[in-house]
Design a protein around this ligand. Structure first.
Ligand code: KG4
Ligand code: ZN
Length: 341
């Protein structure tokens, strides 16, 4: 399949976005349709799994239809069907899986199950196919915080991970505490611009010497304590300063551990992935530090950082090239692992 055109119709329903995309040969996105459910979840302050599954059922046929239309394709132009089968919310994953399996069976095309985090990592190839493994990838999303050594297009080694909250979860919880609503990450990102990152010194958790693991629960508690103490003393809280100081604390640790890993492994390339990789300050600080250290930095456009099916279509291509396809008995695996030996 080296010089041939290979179009993958990819589906992503692991959390609260219903998405379908057509991706050609791993990097050329012919379409990428995303139906966000944020409006339905924000009144509850987070994703409600049962609502997510129901909304996926309502939207899935429409986004697939739109993805084919936008790509100017029919099913006859599609060579394989890809779908996220984990990790994620089991009911949400099952909607995408049932749809993908039905299409693979009816159209007699290969089915490729994709790991959601592998999708986030492969989002980096979409806009820059010249960016190739090996590299260090910091994956920071609502449910995951992992530092990976990406050895090849299908070999991953976990160097570190969060021991408690994911980075995105910390953003969302702190945003809720200062009354910004859900999802908090983009709101903290915006509000931080008006704040002073040095106004409040929040803790930086580096854990044991040389560890690439993360911990954000202490920082989250420190922010909540700061807010409670201000309330008890009836003093004004500068929300922008809290947001900027919290964000600076998260980013300092993320950036330093990523750079340390690249240096320790002698790798010259670094990538960001996942919803929190959309954070402008993280992108800026990582870029400045990589420049200083002589490292190349790659990160996806914002639309490919947060959940989308194009990244699943990209990862599926590399898995397929490596010989991976799945049977129609493929099941959802809510805690699917990547890169553990
Ligand atoms: O990757 P993603 O869309 O879903 C998961 O796989 O979890 O990530 C969603 C997370 C949320 O926690 C959201 O608050 C965070 O990414 N996020 C951000 C930004 N945009 C999204 N966090 C910080 N700054 C942003 N600009
Ligand atoms: Zn995600």
């Amino acid at each position: 399949m080296n010089n041939e055109i290979f179009n993958i119709l990819a589906i992503e329903t692991s959390c609260d976005e219903t998405s379908a995309a057509v991706v050609q040969n791993g990097t050329k996105v012919l379409s990428n349709c995303i139906a966000s459910q944020i409006e339905f979840h924000k009144r509850y302050g987070g994703v409600v799994p049962e609502i997510a599954s129901r909304k996926h059922i309502e939207m899935i046929d429409t986004v697939i239809h739109e993805a084919l239309q936008d790509a100017d394709c029919t099913f006859a132009d599609i060579h394989a069907i890809a779908v996220t089968y984990g990790p994620g919310l089991v009911g949400a994953l099952l909607v995408g899986l049932a749809e993908a399996k039905a299409m693979a069976y009816a159209l007699n095309k290969p089915l490729i199950g994709v790991h959601h985090i592998e999708g986030h990592i492969c989002a980096n190839y979409i806009e820059n196919p010249e960016f190739k493994p090996p590299f260090i990838c910091l994956v920071v999303s609502g449910g995951h915080t992992h530092l990976f050594h990406v050895k090849t297009y299908h070999e991953y080694e976990v160097l570190g991970r969060t021991r408690d909250d994911a980075a995105g979860e910390a953003f969302d919880k702190v945003a809720r505490a200062i009354g910004l609503g859900y999802p908090g990450g983009p709101k903290i990102d915006k509000l931080s611009e008006k704040g002073d990152a040095d106004a409040i010194t929040f803790p930086r958790s580096y854990l044991e010497e040389g560890s690439y693991d993360f911990s954000f629960s202490g920082l989250k508690s420190a922010v909540l304590n700061y807010i409670n103490q201000c309330k008890m003393k009836a003093c004004d809280i500068n929300h922008a300063d809290v947001a900027a100081s919290f964000q600076a604390s998260v980013i300092e640790v993320l950036v330093n551990k990523t750079i340390n890993a690249a240096k320790a492994l002698g790798l010259k390339k670094v990538a960001l992935a996942g919803g929190v990789a959309a954070n402008r300050s993280l992108r800026n600080v990582m870029k400045k530090t990589c420049d200083k250290e002589g490292l190349v930095l790659q990160y996806p456009s914002i639309v490919y950082c947060t959940d989308n099916a194009a990244m699943i279509g990209s990862a599926a291509y590399y898995e397929y090239k490596h010989g991976v396809t799945h049977g129609l008995d493929l099941n959802a695996v809510p805690n699917l692992k990547l890169g553990y030996s």
